[in-house]
Design a protein around this ligand. Structure first.
Ligand code: ATP
Length: 249
């Protein structure tokens, strides 16, 4: 395969991907992926371990230089990435982490506002190691959104958090996205998390998209709604999970 173009072009849609392929050595990880994400659309990406989710996200983020691949990939210039670990700079305060690269009083003000939005007003001068894991992830979200990205890429952002903190973070992410309206690609293992948050859910299997499901449920989502349960069954089946009394697709 020829090396893929490293430069990302501005896009009219938030994401425009055609026939994307990625290989590590002789192994094909992504194989003919086509995807469009509209501005402001919240898309979740599910898939079994090793199916290529993080490889896809890194390709969208432009973080896979040197990896062999082909295809068309267009994203906006303004994109932010959130990982499972908050990746804060330990020798910078919370506000410095959020405003890194922003200048002047307006940058400071935007940073303070973003911290207030994630519920961390008053913690500006704390050091990252003085925060809990959930609080650190809030800082990471504030750092991402203070730049008002057109596209937010999130790779298992709540994967290291306990169940209750995770649910609180879902509420927070939903609120923040409703306010800032970035397009979102959320990589997750958690089917319920995907159904709770996304407008649309994709399933990746051995580097190919095998499901593209619209989630037409009112927000916030009622986990007791029979349609929620129906989406869960459909997605688990696509993930190859055998449910009692049902055969996997
Ligand atoms: N830098 C690399 N060099 C070689 N192989 C890699 C590299 N990065 C990923 N892989 C392989 O590519 C495949 C897909 O990895 P990827 O991390 O994209 O999967 P994933 O769906 O995100 O998995 P998980 O849910 O476990 O995080 C795996 O088989 C992995 O071992």
């Amino acid at each position: 395969m020829a090396p893929h173009p490293g430069k990302l072009k501005p896009a009219t849609k938030a994401v425009h991907v055609r026939d994307l392929a990625r290989r590590f050595a002789t192994k094909t990880i992504l194989d003919g992926v086509d995807l469009d994400i509209e501005e402001g659309e919240f898309v979740a990406l599910l898939g079994r371990s090793g199916s290529g989710k993080s490889t896809f996200l890194r390709a969208l983020a432009g973080l896979d230089h040197g990896v062999e691949g082909t295809g068309t990939l267009e994203t906006p210039e303004s994109l932010s990435v959130v990982f499972q670990d908050a990746r804060l700079l330990p020798w910078r305060t919370v506000i410095q982490n959020v405003t890194l690269g922003l200048t002047g009083a307006s940058g400071q003000e935007a940073g303070r506002k973003a911290l207030a939005e994630v519920g961390l007003a008053g913690r500006e001068t704390a050091w990252p190691n003085q925060l809990s894991g959930g609080e650190q992830q809030r800082v990471a979200l504030a750092r991402s959104l203070v730049r008002e990205p057109a596209l937010l890429l999130a790779d298992e952002p709540f994967g290291a958090l306990d169940a209750l903190t995770r649910l609180k973070m879902h509420d927070l992410l939903r609120e923040l996205c409703a306010r800032h309206r970035p397009a979102v690609l959320l990589v997750t293992h958690d089917v319920d998390e995907a159904i709770s948050l996304a407008d649309r859910i994709l399933v990746l299997d051995e580097g190919r998209l095998i499901e593209d499901l619209k989630i037409d449920l009112p927000t916030p989502r009622d986990h007791g709604d029979p349609r929620f349960a129906q989406f869960r069954i459909q997605l688990l089946s696509r993930l190859g999970v055998e449910l009692p009394g049902r055969k996997a697709a």
